[in-house]
Design a protein around this ligand. Sequence first.
Ligand SMILES: N[C@@H](CCC(=O)N[C@@H](CS)C(=O)NCC(=O)O)C(=O)O
Length: 233
Amino acid sequence: MIDLYQFPPGLGVPNPSPFCLKLETFLKLAELDYRNHYGADLRNAPKGKMPYVSINKQVMGDSELIIETLLVSEAESLDSWLSGEEKAMAKAWCRLCNEHLYWALVYSRWYYPKGWQHIKQVFFKPLPPIIRPIVASLLRRKVKRDLWGQGLARHTQEEVWEIADKDLKAISDFLGNKPFMMGEKPSSADASVFGVLANICFAKPETPLTVKSHQYPNLARYCHNIMQTYYDQ
Ligand SMILES: N[C@@H](CCC(=O)N[C@@H](CS)C(=O)NCC(=O)O)C(=O)O
């Protein structure tokens, strides 16, 4: 049994954190037994971030390291049908989603004013009202610094949406009419792609990034399919 520690559901999606949604989706796709533990306390997280897991009392952080460990043990069959070339391609899609498109989503929530107005009401609600605005503004400052370091925040808003649009179009063109990224069957790449895409296509509030995603109906169709099959939603 795997104990999964992650942020709670929110914003109208099973998890507003693309990395938490990625790992839970992976566990579902691989049909592994797991128990959910929702919370926001990062003190026990080995990498100081969510999600993390405990497997046979061994605590492990980072969705990618966890997935790689499971892919050479209990979850081996999820990707074993892919050729070496397909695995290489799948890895590139994961990188695009986790290391690039993810940041556009972060920008749309923490930097873009309409996104921030919404998430600050939702994400910090559990905190006592007296400290809520202080914690919110300190965290926003940190995320804005991260976005500046990553580079996206150095662009104009319009440029950010255009940059993200290229990623969305690439995924849409590659996905075509297939039910899953790599073909008829799910693979671990779908965990990363769905984790970010479901947050862009379905999570509140609607931002220019959401609107961009609506230009590619197969992205919402893909997310709906995974949501229905694996989350019963
Ligand atoms: N490389 C990590 C990234 C995880 C990550 O960035 N998690 C975010 C939520 S989406 C987080 O916990 N942020 C808290 C923080 O940075 O303080 C993974 O794949 O698990």
